[in-house]
Design a protein around this ligand. Structure first.
Ligand code: SF4
Ligand code: SF4
Ligand code: SF4
Length: 261
């Protein structure tokens, strides 16, 4: 059965214990400066955003049908049966297609390294495979971040929304966005307040790509679409490089962007 994380923003107190636990789990630096960074980065896999008295965690959403894995030419990213989307650095050739393809801007590049790779939350895949909860869920003092079976967490989220309709926005983020994700979020304020987009497609993006291609009748048109795709990816790579190039060192902020899938 697929595992998942349910993040209930109404229970979050912004203590950032999840951030600290994540850094320890992944042998990453963590200090006051990094705690103050709102964007995820190659040295910060999860971030707690603050808007007044409201909070929202950001991290890789562990899509049920991840575009990052579908565009990776060498299979470095993979959706596992248990839920985590894992990354195998030894396979990675550094093309950064995953960064371009991800609708949540989750993968980050190690621009400052001689042999850079891609970094993102792995949903603590090794812990999950060993039957443990993710480190962030284990560390959360309020139960705002909860680990469990995806089906059971969806039922629990529905129950919380039904029992407290005035306390929550009536939406389980990740239930159907981009075909569903293994990170589910519920909140008392609109997700848009934290810079999230409200118009994610409700079906898997790789499926959309396949449908577009399957409707193209001849090879000439297909060729032009593929060339267009190459231009788009190259263009996006330049954009991602520009956005990330100077702002991913510890202590520096980087703007978090949501892309249009
Ligand atoms: S959020 Fe992005 S990096 Fe994470 S699984 Fe989905 S497509 Fe991949
Ligand atoms: S950079 Fe991304 S797309 Fe390229 S090989 Fe590595 S994981 Fe795959
Ligand atoms: S699941 Fe693991 S890697 Fe992902 S944010 Fe939580 S502690 Fe970090």
């Amino acid at each position: 059965m697929g595992k998942a994380i349910l993040y209930d923003a109404t229970l979050c107190i912004g203590c950032k214990a999840c951030e600290q636990a994540c850094s320890e789990q992944n042998h990453l630096p963590y200090n006051e400066t990094i705690a103050a960074e709102e964007a995820t980065s190659e040295h910060k896999f999860t971030s707690v955003l603050t808007r007044g008295e409201n909070y929202l965690r950001r991290m890789c959403m562990h899509c049920e049908d991840p575009t990052c894995a579908s565009v990776c030419p060498v299979g470095a990213l993979r959706k596992t049966e248990l839920g985590p989307v894992t990354y195998e650095e030894s396979r990675c050739i550094g093309c950064r297609y995953c960064m371009v393809a991800c609708p949540f801007s989750a993968p980050k590049y190690e621009w400052g390294k001689v042999l850079p790779g891609v970094r993102k939350c792995t949903m603590c895949a090794q812990r999950v495979a060993a039957g443990q909860a993710t480190a962030c869920a284990e560390a959360c003092p309020t139960g705002a971040t909860k680990f469990g079976d995806r089906d059971e967490l969806i039922a629990e989220a529905r129950q919380r929304l039904a029992q407290n309709p005035t306390q929550y926005v009536n939406h389980i983020f990740g239930l159907s966005e981009v075909g569903g994700t293994s990170v589910l979020m519920i909140s008392g304020v609109p997700f848009e307040r934290f810079g999230m987009r409200s118009n994610y497609v409700q079906e898997p993006l790789p499926l959309l790509t396949y449908r577009v291609l399957s409707r193209i009748p001849d090879l000439v048109t297909l060729g032009s679409v593929l060339l267009g795709g190459v231009w788009w990816i190259t263009h996006r790579r330049a954009e991602v490089a520009a956005a990330e190039g100077n702002a991913t060192k510890p202590g520096e902020k980087e703007p978090e962007t949501e892309k249009n899938p």
